[in-house]
Design a protein around this ligand. Structure first.
Ligand code: DQA
Length: 141
């Protein structure tokens, strides 16, 4: 199975950025442990702080992966264009968030992505990504 993880803006700062919300582990070190847990999965990874680059990645890779796990960061709450890109491609996507966005400011309660993805996982820190991988496994059975 091929799974692509896409991280949006500021997620390159995990471990440094607001650790009381996002934890103190970097994504790179988490990603190493995730890959070790799923040796049979071929993982791709892309991170960008730019909306257009995220869209280019979805368009480019969204026909070759069995699933996409996407944390679009703040673009979740603003980007019709990322939602349109996810709708345009074949790979099913799961939206993830480290934090429980519904326990936070009201501007984080709306997601443009939720209506176009298979499901949404949030609030479990970095473990949200593993839960999304499990969800993709189970939905492909
Ligand atoms: C986030 C939640 C977003 O509201 C925020 O802008 C982020 C991270 C999360 O993973 O909890 O950058 O997507």
């Amino acid at each position: 199975m091929k799974i692509l993880i896409i991280n949006g803006p500021n997620l390159n700062m995990l471990g440094v950025r607001e650790p009381h919300i996002y934890g103190s582990q970097s994504f790179d070190s988490y990603f190493d442990s995730l890959k070790n847990q799923y040796p049979d999965v071929s993982f791709g990874y892309f991170q960008s702080n730019s909306e257009g680059d995220l869209i280019d990645c979805i368009q480019r890779e969204g026909f070759t992966y069995d699933g996409i796990v996407i944390n679009a960061g703040a673009y979740t709450h603003t980007s019709v264009a990322i939602a349109d890109a996810l709708s345009a491609v074949k790979s099913p996507a799961i939206e993830v968030h480290l934090s429980n966005v519904f326990r936070r400011e009201s501007f984080r309660h709306h997601s443009f992505l939720s209506p176009v993805v298979k499901g949404v996982i949030g609030g479990f820190g970095l473990d949200s990504y593993r839960l999304a991988v499990e969800a993709l496994f189970n939905s492909n059975k």
